[in-house]
Ligand binder design. Structure first.
Ligand SMILES: Nc1ncnc2c1ncn2[C@@H]1O[C@H](COP(=O)(O)OP(=O)(O)OP(=O)(O)O)[C@@H](O)[C@H]1O
Length: 260
């Protein structure tokens, strides 16, 4: 369970990115965070695994106060939280399998780190993770020979191999075409449902957010202006989240969808 208790975040330059956030996210939820560019979506997600430090309030993950973690405790804590980025963050000049095996590096003793020797069990786990996202057949192919969608699935497999409780996804489909975006979203949905892994995703595509997520959190200027089931999101709620800019956002999304 993730709990934001009166959490605020002000960046050193004085920008207030989050103001007095109160949220509880139960284990196994699929949450989409939506809002205009600059609303605070990335900041919200990145405070959970402490890429960003909160400035005020308390943030608990399974009753652990995230701000108090130090040293090896923070590294251990981060192992339970997978992170997926828009840009995949893969080593493209090596194989898919090697990229997934990287997730085990923090667990290896020093001699194995230096020699790059992974155990049989780790290799099996990596291959299972690739199977889960439907690209087992690509295991021995170099990453730079894969499409963007396939690369994002490698990133997802790498995260899965670390057996996380939570996956944070920061714009995971932003650089994918609409058809590929749906394939990747299907993977997120399957992982969430079958493995009971919480998914908290920051996403610009409202239509896809409403289709896949169970819960929508709408952020505007650092504040939560909507929090409820995707089925309750109406046009007027979207107006509230996006302000007067909703019509323009909608038009740009429709334009993107027309490329399919
Ligand atoms: N490292 C930083 N230093 C200073 N200000 C920042 C920093 N990162 C983000 N901000 C500011 O904090 C606010 C929230 O940014 P954030 O990236 O969380 O928004 P976002 O909703 O994720 O936007 P986008 O959809 O464009 O990624 C913005 O005003 C942004 O300019």
């Amino acid at each position: 369970m993730i709990q934001f208790m009166d959490v605020s975040k002000t960046y050193p330059n004085g920008t207030i990115a989050l103001s007095n956030i109160h949220l509880t996210i139960e284990q196994g939820e699929f949450v989409a965070v939506i809002g205009l560019s600059g609303a605070g979506k990335s900041t919200l997600i990145r405070c959970i695994n402490r890429i960003h430090e909160i400035s005020q309030g308390t943030l608990l993950v399974d009753n652990v106060d995230v701000s108090r973690l130090k040293g090896r405790h923070i590294r251990k804590f981060r192992r339970r939280i997978g992170m997926i980025f828009q840009s995949f963050n893969l080593v493209t000049r090596t194989t898919v399998l090697n990229n997934v095996l990287v997730s085990f590096v923090p667990e290896l003793p020093m001699w194995r780190k230096l020699t790059g020797v992974f155990t049989k069990l780790q290799k099996v786990k990596a291959l299972e993770a690739l199977d889960k996202v439907g690209i087992l057949d690509k295991a021995f192919i170099r990453v730079d020979q894969l499409s963007g969608g396939q690369q994002q699935r490698v990133a997802l497999a790498r995260t899965l191999a670390q057996s996380p409780d939570i996956i944070l996804a920061d714009e995971p489909i932003a650089s994918l075409d609409p058809v590929t975006a749906r394939i990747v979203m299907d993977d997120f949905k399957n992982i969430n449902r079958d493995l009971d892994i919480s998914v908290i995703m920051n996403i610009h595509h409202v239509e896809i957010a409403l289709e896949y997520a169970d819960r929508i959190i709408g952020i505007r200027k650092g504040e939560v202006v909507f929090d409820g089931p995707a089925s309750m999101v109406t046009q007027s709620i979207l107006q509230e989240i996006y302000g007067g800019k909703w019509e323009a956002e909608k038009a740009s999304m429709e334009e993107q969808a027309a490329y399919v």
